[in-house]
Design a protein around this ligand. Structure first.
Ligand code: NAP
Length: 280
């Protein structure tokens, strides 16, 4: 989708964190926005910040964990403005504790919000995009969608699922000449705002210098580029990550050693035990 001005995007996870710079970047491109999250106060605050831009901004308070009500969200979005051109599945949650201490409800909720909701929303919006003759779906995954993140098994599983879903749908879309682009963004550790910035502050840790952090604005920029250049997969990380992926796919048994060497295993252990202690 080359021209974004005048289009409408439904952005989930728009009440805080990385969702805010994504909304701003799209508004700067002239994209009208439907902001979705649960917290109404935060949604209104985010919407107010965007009001100075020339685009229309709507909010829908909705719990994406309520999978069987997702069609209501799609119907409501359609009544607000003349249909949705761009779907950005950005909402995500993480519960980082040692896996055998996870609650079954937490595992369910992570899979529902991070994977099932994006899949169902994509399915519901695709026919509408076909009718419009244009559309784009962007899924915000993570480096955890490409490699195993220790002490974060449910989140990693959900993000691997989201990457696999995006790759598969993209191949189908290409084969069938869908007028719809499919992209997946894989950010590493993000600074300043969002779930990792919260973890750094709460568990008093820092991302390993061998991996580093990126600004949330970099993710927002990647979203805009993914849509305008119809990119399948964009990694957002300050250090090159694809050589590591290549090494891991050639020699899978090296993964635990490489992850330990980067300092990630110890880091995630500290985070997981911090949250476990808080919970118990
Ligand atoms: P965040 O600050 O925790 O924000 C998460 C957003 O998702 C909020 O707007 C939250 O709004 C919404 N959300 C959570 N549960 C929801 C539910 N049940 N229904 C509706 N909305 C829900 O997270 P973030 O760091 O901005 O993460 C955004 C995306 O980037 C996620 O998919 C995350 O996995 C991915 N990511 C983040 C990082 C990072 O370092 N931060 C790195 C890689 C990937 P409400 O609470 O108001 O509902």
């Amino acid at each position: 989708m080359k021209v974004l001005r005048g289009k409408t995007a439904l952005l989930t996870g728009a009440s805080r964190g990385i969702g805010i710079p994504i909304a701003k970047a799209l508004a700067e491109q002239g994209v009208n926005l439907i902001l979705v999250a649960r917290n109404t106060d935060n949604l209104n605050k985010a919407s107010k910040e965007l009001k100075s831009s020339s685009v229309k901004v709507f909010t829908i308070a909705f719990d994406l964990g309520k999978i069987d009500q997702l069609s209501d969200l799609v119907d409501e979005a359609d009544t607000l403005i003349n249909g949705v051109d761009i779907l950005i599945n950005n909402a995500g949650i993480d519960v980082c504790v040692p896996y055998h201490k996870m609650n079954t409800e937490d595992i369910d909720q992570i899979i529902n919000v991070n994977l099932t909701a994006p899949m169902i929303l994509s399915k519901l919006f695709l026919p509408k995009m076909f009718e419009r003759g244009e559309g784009h779906i962007v899924n915000i995954a993570s480096l955890s969608g490409l490699v195993g993140t220790p002490y974060d098994e449910s989140y990693t599983a959900s993000k691997h699922g989201l990457v696999g879903f995006s790759r598969s749908l993209r191949i189908t879309a290409t084969g069938e000449s869908y007028p719809v682009g499919i992209s997946v963004i894989c950010p590493g550790f993000i600074s300043d705002t969002g779930m990792w910035a919260d973890a750094e502050r709460e568990a008093n840790v820092k991302a390993p210098s061998s991996i580093g952090t990126s600004s949330p604005e970099k993710v927002a920029k990647a979203v805009v580029t993914a849509i305008t250049k119809n990119k399948l997969e964009v990694i957002v990380n300050p250090t090159p990550f694809r050589p590591l992926l290549l090494l891991q796919s050639l020699f899978p048994s090296l993964a635990p050693w490489l992850t330990q060497k980067s300092g990630t295993t110890q880091l995630m252990k500290e985070v997981a035990y911090h949250y476990l202690n808080e919970r118990e």
